[in-house]
Design a protein around this ligand. Structure first.
Ligand code: MN
Length: 170
């Protein structure tokens, strides 16, 4: 009888341990991003300034005393802004996932939780998620010198950093 009980306890122990091992949390995965939100995800962005699916939660609206807007943006994997610039510059705080930031003519930078980007005024750039991960950022945008200027979409070639193969026309 006792031996049976010990065997039962051992079995339960093994079961619990194996469940825990399977659910081992890893940072910056899709599910983790969604489980532990720092700020609300907000509403799906429906304007034409983004490629793919992204969400915006405005945290602070700019006003005359502090002409700076603060917004939390969540990009689904592969989602990104179009090329754009901010007349007053922008600061990005990466809070979760894995994303990219690229200025025109510069290499793409990978952003992870805790990374900070200072985007100079009037410099063309884009930001967004990596292909396999969500990316969450807080965008702090100085609007004193004007609203963002939106440009063309980031092509798949630009996004993946692969150049189109040149066609040979003999
Ligand atoms: Mn920007």
């Amino acid at each position: 009888m006792k031996l049976k009980n010990i065997a039962g306890i051992l079995l339960i122990g093994i079961f619990v341990f194996s469940c825990k091992a399977q659910n081992k949390p890893t940072l910056s995965t899709k599910t983790e991003s969604q489980k532990s939100l720092l700020f609300p995800k907000g509403e799906k962005i429906t304007n034409a300034n983004f490629t793919g699916t992204a969400y915006l939660q405005m945290l602070i609206a700019a006003d005359s005393l502090n002409p700076t807007s603060v917004g939390n943006v969540t990009f689904e994997p592969g989602a990104r802004t179009k090329w754009h610039l901010h007349p007053g510059g922008q600061i990005l705080l990466a809070t979760d996932g894995v994303g990219y930031y690229q200025e025109k003519g510069q290499p793409k930078k990978t952003l992870r939780k805790g990374d900070v980007i200072k985007c100079p005024p009037n410099i063309q750039h884009w930001h967004g998620a990596s292909a396999d991960n969500y990316f969450v950022q807080v965008a702090i945008t100085n609007t004193q010198k004007g609203v963002p200027v939106w440009l063309e979409a980031v092509t798949d070639e630009e996004y993946t950093n692969k150049k189109k193969k040149k066609k040979h026309n003999f």
